[in-house]
Write a protein that binds this ligand. Structure first.
Ligand SMILES: [Zn+2]
Length: 175
């Protein structure tokens, strides 16, 4: 949420600007939330509630649209429950998952890249911990949900990414 007075980026649900103290209105907060992926999914969910079975006719287009809505909402419920907190497909890296150690491997030609994530519902902040080979904490950085998370491509570092109390582990590898 950008402050109208000083243009500072603020958390989506902020009551006041963290920089100049300018108060945000409910309308501004709602508008900011509606722009998030969760806000959009909620709108879609509302839409789905208005489509009852008796309105679904023999029309094939309606059937196909219903199927798409079910698939999307299925994905939404997974997101809502936060069970799928994981990296998203992205053109700048490949994703592999190592079940035995619960680590995601992002393989890229780039020296650093932005990682896209499926996040637990209501996430506002994302914390990224960097651990070295001895599992010692080297650095912690906090991002707001609108910000890109940039990972440096260095396989000796374990990234622990935390949102809403859930953590995923990511290692990066040079292609
Ligand atoms: Zn401000």
């Amino acid at each position: 949420m950008i402050c109208r007075e000083c243009k500072t980026k603020n958390r989506i649900k902020a009551n006041f600007c963290s920089h100049c103290g300018h108060p945000f209105t409910d309308a501004e907060r709602d508008a900011a939330y509606a722009k998030t992926i969760y806000g959009r999914f909620e709108k879609l969910e509302d839409l789905w509630k208005t489509v009852s079975l008796d309105k679904i006719t023999g029309n094939n287009i309606v059937k196909i649209l219903s199927l798409v809505a079910v698939l999307v909402l299925g994905g939404y419920s997974v997101l809502k429950n936060g069970t799928q907190f994981r990296p998203l497909e992205h053109e700048s890296y490949e994703i592999q998952y190592n079940k035995s150690v619960n680590e995601y491997y992002l393989i890229s030609e780039l020296d650093n890249f932005d990682v896209s994530l499926y996040l637990p519902r209501q996430t506002e902040e994302i914390t990224v911990h960097q651990l070295n080979e001895m599992n010692e904490l080297m650095e912690t950085q906090t991002y707001m949900i609108e910000e890109a998370i940039n990972l440096v491509n260095q396989s000796e570092v374990l990234y622990q990414i935390e949102a809403q109390g859930k953590i995923i582990q990511i290692r990066t590898f040079k292609k």
